[in-house]
Each structure stands twice: as C-alpha cells, then as structure tokens.
Design a protein around this ligand. Structure first.
Ligand SMILES: *[C@@H]1O[C@H](CO)[C@@H](O)[C@H](O)[C@H]1NC(C)=O
Ligand SMILES: *[C@@H]1O[C@H](CO)[C@@H](O)[C@H](O)[C@H]1NC(C)=O
Ligand SMILES: *[C@@H]1O[C@H](CO)[C@@H](O)[C@H](O)[C@H]1NC(C)=O
Ligand SMILES: *[C@@H]1O[C@H](CO)[C@@H](O)[C@H](O)[C@H]1NC(C)=O
Length: 340
C-alpha cells in the first residue's frame, strides 16, 4: 500500500515537470520556435533579424543571410494560425492557446494532442512557405531543380515549388538535428515530420504541352504544391487519429532508451502525444455550432439555443450581355445555434 502511494507520488512529481523544459533548463530551438510562433499573436517586432521572436544565433544568421526569411516566417505563422482557426471553428478545441480560460492550462505546458498538432501544423506551414519562396526565386539558398522536358533531356527552366528545399530549410531553421533524443524530443520530431509529409502529399506534377497546334510532342513538367489549405484536411485527420504514448522515464534525464525508441518507431505514421487533454466542455458555452448535428458534440450534451438572423447573399445569378455575371441580393432567414 505504502509502496504504491510512494510510486503515485513519484508519478505525480514527474508529470508536473513542465514538458517544454528539459532538466538543464534549456529548451530545444525546435520547441521554442514553434511555441513562439504559435503563441505570439500580436504584431510585436523583436530586436534581431528574425523579428517575430527572440531567435537563436543560428536562426539570426539565417534571417540575416536571407533577407526574405522574416517575410516567410510571417506568412508561415499567419497561414498556420488562420487555417487552424478556420478548420477548428466548430470543434471543442478551437485553436486557442489555453484550455478552459485558465492560464495554468497552457497548451505548451505538456505534450497534449493539440500540442502535437501545432508542431505538425507549423512545420507544415513553414515548409510550404519556404517551398513557395524557393519557387518564386526569393531565396538565395534554394537550388532550383526546376522543370524538365519529358522525353528530351532535363532542362532547367524556371522553378517548381521546391518541396525538398522547404523541408531542408525548415529542419535547419528549427535546428531539428539538435532537438535532443529524449522522449519529448522524439515525439515532437515525429509530429513535425507528419506535418511535413502532409505537405509532400500535396505535390502534383503539372505539365505544359509544346508542339504544333497543341500536339504535345514534348511537354515541360514541374512539381507544384497545392495551396496550404489543401493540406489541412489531412492534418486534421492526423489530429483525430493521434496516438497517446505512455510517458517513460520522465523523472531523470530526458533520455530515451533504445527499447522505448523502438516502440515509438512502430507508429511512425501517426501524430503522437503524451498527455491527456483537459476537459474542453467547460469552455464551449456560447460557442456557435455549424448545425444541429454539430451542436450534439460541441455543446457536450447541454443543449443549444436557436435564434434567427437575416443573412444576405448573392442569388439568381445570370449572364448578361454575353459575358458579365449579374446577381441579386437575397435576404434569407437563417437559424443560428449557440451552445447553452
Ligand atoms: C475559441 O473559443 C473561446 C471560448 O469560447 C473564445 O473565447 C475564443 O474567441 C474562440 N477563438 C476563436 C479563434 O474562435
Ligand atoms: C516517351 O516517349 C515514348 C515513345 O517515344 C512514349 O511511349 C512515352 O509515353 C513518352 N513518355 C512520356 C513521359 O512522355
Ligand atoms: C532512465 O534514465 C536514466 C538516465 O538517463 C537511465 O540511466 C535509466 O536506464 C533509464 N531507465 C529506463 C527504465 O529507461
Ligand atoms: C427578416 O426579415 C423579414 C422581412 O424583412 C422580417 O419579417 C423578419 O422579422 C426578419 N427576421 C429577423 C430575425 O430579423
């Protein structure tokens, strides 16, 4: 009896160590950067060349060498946060930073499902933003593999979205290779790679035909990324299918044993998290549902209020004078559902 009490006390102590710090108090750049990008929703400009957060020396060097990097970071941050808020608008967790309005329950205090998702999301967004910038020739350190002609020799002719380059620069900027090899680091690195792969999945080959009257004797082809939002569906699927792992050996050094590492490897295809999300139901009072069906989950069984509102929309659209679209404005009464 006493033994098990001591054990549970030990476990309690272990769990209450903030997950974002390792024992010597230093936090890997990977975690620090993602946390800073997601948390700071102000437009504060910090000293240094990266401006969006206090950068490490390495990061500052990158931001100095690549003048456009600050813009890329800004885009990556914006597109990640707005895609997140939009696609989680009707979910219990709506992409907020804290649970249930309590500052103590910050999303980065532990490795929750949401924390895992945010790491994937921001890594994906950064990879995407860098790839796009590579394609438009805004970055010096991109090697543009460019497009090529099918059935003739390879030909460098402009650039496609350089996904590989995006991945490489994202890893370099987040200091991926020095993120540590403890369980938290291994977990977050896996989550980051899930995010990157979601972007890779969106690569499409596009070709343009050449030849007499479009006969397509030769084609120029290149790889193109979809818009960032097109990866959100996949990322959200990963959020829902995330796998919880047991916290291992968390009291001592943030080191991971070979056995533990092997165990983790089996689930490489999934987002991984380590701690259970606090109950989100307290926080959904007053939230708007998409429809009655959505209310059933969002309102956690408390029920909902229905109000009516007039909404205007374009309607009865038609072609006029061959080429112009003309529409009327219609007013329609819509029902709005709000959680009790
Ligand atoms: C998320 O929900 C909370 C609680 O209802 C609300 O205060 C916050 O504004 C919402 N955030 C977004 C982005 O909708
Ligand atoms: C290359 O040419 C061969 C015949 O010359 C043709 O069958 C094949 O489809 C072509 N490949 C591509 C990718 O266009
Ligand atoms: C826990 O971590 C310590 C320090 O790194 C290590 O010596 C020990 O073998 C680990 N134990 C387990 C069960 O992984
Ligand atoms: C919507 O507009 C109609 C007609 O103008 C009006 O009768 C109705 O009361 C309005 N409903 C709301 C909820 O404002």
């Amino acid at each position: 009896m006493r033994g098990s009490n001591v054990l549970s006390l030990l476990i309690l102590c272990a769990v209450s160590i903030p997950a974002t710090k390792n024992v010597n108090g230093s936090q890997p750049i990977l975690q620090k950067t993602i946390e800073a990008l997601f948390s700071d929703r102000s437009n504060i400009i910090y000293p240094g060349s990266c401006k969006l957060f206090i950068a490490s020396k390495r990061q500052a060097k990158i931001c100095t060498r690549e003048k456009k990097f600050f813009e890329i970071l800004t885009n990556a941050k914006k597109q990640a946060i707005s895609a997140c808020e939009e696609s989680f608008q009707y979910d219990r967790w709506n992409c907020s930073l804290i649970y249930n309005g309590k500052a103590k329950k910050r999303i980065f205090n532990k490795i929750y499902r949401e924390t895992a998702f945010i790491h994937a999301l921001l890594a994906a967004s950064l990879t995407h933003a860098v790839a796009k910038a590579c394609a438009s020739g805004e970055l010096k350190s991109c090697s543009c593999v460019g497009s090529y002609r099918k059935n003739t020799t390879w030909k460098v002719n402009g650039c496609g979205d350089d996904f590989k380059q995006g991945k490489r620069m994202m890893k370099n900027f987040l200091d991926f290779n020095h993120a540590g090899n403890d369980q938290i680091a291994e977990t977050l690195k896996q989550d980051v790679m899930i995010g990157v792969d979601s972007i890779g999945e969106q690569m499409r080959e596009v070709c343009k035909c050449h030849g007499f009257s479009g006969s397509c004797t030769t084609k120029t082809c290149w790889k193109r990324l979809g818009p960032f939002n097109s990866a959100m569906g996949l990322l959200k699927k990963h959020y829902h299918h995330a796998v919880k792992k047991k916290l291992l050996n968390y009291t001592t050094k943030r080191a991971i044993t070979p056995q533990a590492k092997k165990k983790m490897k089996s689930d490489e295809k999934y987002l991984v998290y380590l701690q259970k999300t606090p109950n989100l139901c307290v926080w959904t009072k007053g939230r708007t549902c998409k429809n009655r069906h959505n209310c059933a989950t969002l309102c956690c069984g408390r029920g909902y209020l229905t109000t009516k509102k007039n909404v205007t929309s374009r309607c009865k659209c038609r072609m006029v004078n061959c080429c112009f679209v003309e529409c009327d404005t219609c007013v329609k009464e819509a029902e709005i559902f709000t959680c009790k």
